[in-house]
Design a protein around this ligand. Sequence first.
Ligand SMILES: [Zn+2]
Ligand SMILES: [Zn+2]
Length: 84
Amino acid sequence: MEAIKLKIVCAWCNKDMGTKDGQGVSGISHGICPECYSKMDMPKRQCLRCGHEWEPRTPKPIQCPKCHSPYWQTARKEIISETS
Ligand SMILES: [Zn+2]
Ligand SMILES: [Zn+2]
């Protein structure tokens, strides 16, 4: 019996990047190949919490690498639930 594989294709150049275990799901998953990644010029990001600037490794960083805040895109005053 053959395991169901998910095909991985570069979303930028459509290069075949192989397969991975689809865990019961077959189809195509998009990723980014090393060539496109190195060509890609990611804009610098700045954390609105600590002011740290960095070059992200992903288009949408989930947290600031310095203060580790997941709300780095949101200024502190806009977070209503966060009161001290
Ligand atoms: Zn590519
Ligand atoms: Zn930060």
